[in-house]
Every structure is written in structure tokens, then in C-alpha cells.
Design a protein around this ligand. Structure first.
Ligand code: GTP
Ligand code: MG
Length: 147
């Protein structure tokens, strides 16, 4: 079954949005496989956002993600990578539709509340960066046959 890496960014943690965001993924019918509140090191931030290293905002991005704890998660379910991205909304909260996480809670692009993997390759890479294999549980929920 498909898995994706979702992270409540420092602004989302500070604004008490962990529960709200977890609830949206739970209610959608996805299964939480791993989660932790953690500080992101400089090295991990630079690796995670490596694709943006030549962008003018890279320093600000790394500085922000390392500034306070994040809530890192692995979610599993059918088509979860793409669906999670649509639940998150556009990168720039000003363009994100109401009803999406960024549309409902985000204010500016630098503080857009949540990260989600953008492809199967990114998901595998990012899950591997943030979690050990033994952190990812392999339980099943009985309700899964209904969603
Ligand atoms: P992530 O899920 O966080 O990867 O967002 P995304 O995939 O929707 O966007 P992208 O990977 O293109 O950009 C990564 C992150 O960089 C975004 O989520 C923004 O927080 C940040 N970012 C993008 N553009 C800008 C910008 O112009 N200025 C600043 N400060 N940050 C930006
Ligand atoms: Mg991205």
C-alpha cells in the first residue's frame, strides 16, 4: 500500500494545528504508520529540501524548518501521495482553495503549515530521511475494508 511523508511545519506546531491536521487524514480514512515531534537539524533540513538548494529562499527555508519542532508522520492508503497534496492545497496559501489545509490555515508561502511528499520517489526518500524502518508499524485497521 502507498505511503507518504507528511510534516506539520514549525508554524503549524506553534499554532496548535497538529490535532486538526492528524484528524483530517484520519477522517479521510488513511492509516497513521509512524509519528514523532522532533527538532530538525541543519543537515537534515538541507538534505530534505536539497532540490531547492539553488533557490533564493533556500536559507530562509532551512532556517525556518530548523527554528522550532515539527511533527513528522508517515500515512498510508490508496493514492495517499496525490490525495494528501490536494488536501494540503497550493504551495502559496493565498492561492490555496478554502477547505484545504493551507487554504484554511496558511497566510504566507514561507509559513504554509504543512509539507507533503510530491511523488512516490520523494515519499520513499523523505520517509527514509526522517524514520528508521523499525519506526513504521505494520498493523491493519479493521475499518480499512470500508474506506
Ligand atoms: P513542500 O511540501 O513544503 O515541499 O511544499 P511544496 O511542494 O508545495 O512547494 P515546493 O517544494 O516548491 O517548496 C518548498 C517550500 O519552500 C514551500 O512549501 C514553501 O514553504 C517554501 N517556499 C516556496 N517558495 C518560496 C518563496 O518564494 N519564499 C520562501 N521564503 N519560501 C518559499
Ligand atoms: Mg515540495
Amino acid at each position: 500500500m502507498e505511503q507518504t511523508f507528511i510534516m506539520v511545519k514549525p508554524d503549524g506546531v506553534q499554532r496548535n494545528l497538529i490535532g486538526e491536521i492528524v484528524q483530517r487524514f484520519e477522517k479521510k480514512g488513511y492509516t497513521l504508520k509512524a509519528a514523532k515531534l522532533m527538532d530538525v537539524s541543519n543537515a537534515l533540513a538541507e538534505e530534505h529540501y536539497g532540490e531547492h538548494k539553488d533557490k533564493p529562499f533556500f536559507g530562509e527555508l532551512v532556517g525556518f524548518i530548523t527554528s522550532a519542532p515539527v511533527f513528522a508522520m508517515v500515512w498510508e492508503g490508496e493514492n495517499v501521495i496525490k490525495t494528501a497534496r490536494s488536501m494540503m492545497g497550493s504551495t502559496n496559501p493565498a492561492e490555496a482553495q478554502p477547505g484545504t489545509i493551507r487554504g484554511d490555515y496558511g497566510v504566507e508561502v514561507a509559513k504554509n503549515v504543512i509539507h507533503g511528499s510530491d511523488s512516490p520517489e520523494s515519499a520513499e526518500r523523505e520517509i527514509g530521511l526522517f524514520f528508521n524502518e523499525s519506526d513504521i508499524l505494520s498493523y491493519k485497521k479493521d475499518i480499512n475494508s470500508w474506506v
